[in-house]
Structure formats: C-alpha cells, structure tokens
Ligand binder design. Structure first.
Ligand SMILES: [Mg+2]
Length: 107
C-alpha cells in the first residue's frame, strides 16, 4: 500500500462509517490524533505486548495505536486537501539536509 492509497482508503472508510457527516475542525483533528498517541502511551504503561488482539479480535497495543494515527492522518489529509505522500517525501528530502540530531536537540 502506498501512502496515497492509505489516504484514499482511510478517507473512504471514514465516509462509509459516518465520520464525515459533520465538519471535523483542525483542533479536533489534532486532539484525536493525539488521543491515539495517548492510547499508545497507556498501552506501554500497562506493559502490554506491542501488538495483540483482544477476545473479540480487535487489534490492540502500541502497533494498533500507531496504525490509528496513520489512518486518522490519512483521513484528515484528504479533508484538508493535500497529498500526504507528496508531503512525506518532501519532508524526508528536507530532513536529509538537516544536521546531526538537528543541531543537538534531545528528541
Ligand atoms: Mg486507538
């Protein structure tokens, strides 16, 4: 799957599941992306396996939450009207020009 396909599929699934029936403003998008990151942190705090399924077959763990982040970002990229694949490639290219640890930053 390409990033472009991820974006298109994430958006289409959001449409199919009713997540586009009202506007999702940027502050809510950011909060929901952050909520997935927080779920990953909580999984780590509970010392769960990185990737597992619960008794209902629902994917769980840090891997699943990181996947949720990508799915949400794909959905919102489509809403905002930009090509996520183009932007990722553009940013990776720019990052190649940056100094070691971007000038001594911690993380
Ligand atoms: Mg989640």
């Amino acid at each position: 799957m390409t990033i472009k396909e991820l974006q298109e599929r994430s958006y289409q699934q959001a449409v199919d599941k009713g997540w586009t029936e009202r506007d999702v403003l940027l502050p809510e998008q950011v909060a929901l992306i952050h909520s997935e990151a927080s779920e990953a942190l909580e999984s780590w705090r509970k010392n769960e396996p990185v990737s597992w399924e619960d008794e209902k077959g629902k994917p769980q763990g840090i891997a699943s939450e990181y996947a949720d982040i990508l799915i949400r970002v794909g959905h919102y990229a489509q809403l905002l009207g930009f090509d996520l694949e183009v932007e990722v490639l553009r940013k990776l290219k720019y990052n190649e020009t940056r100094s070691h640890r971007h000038g001594g930053k911690r993380g």
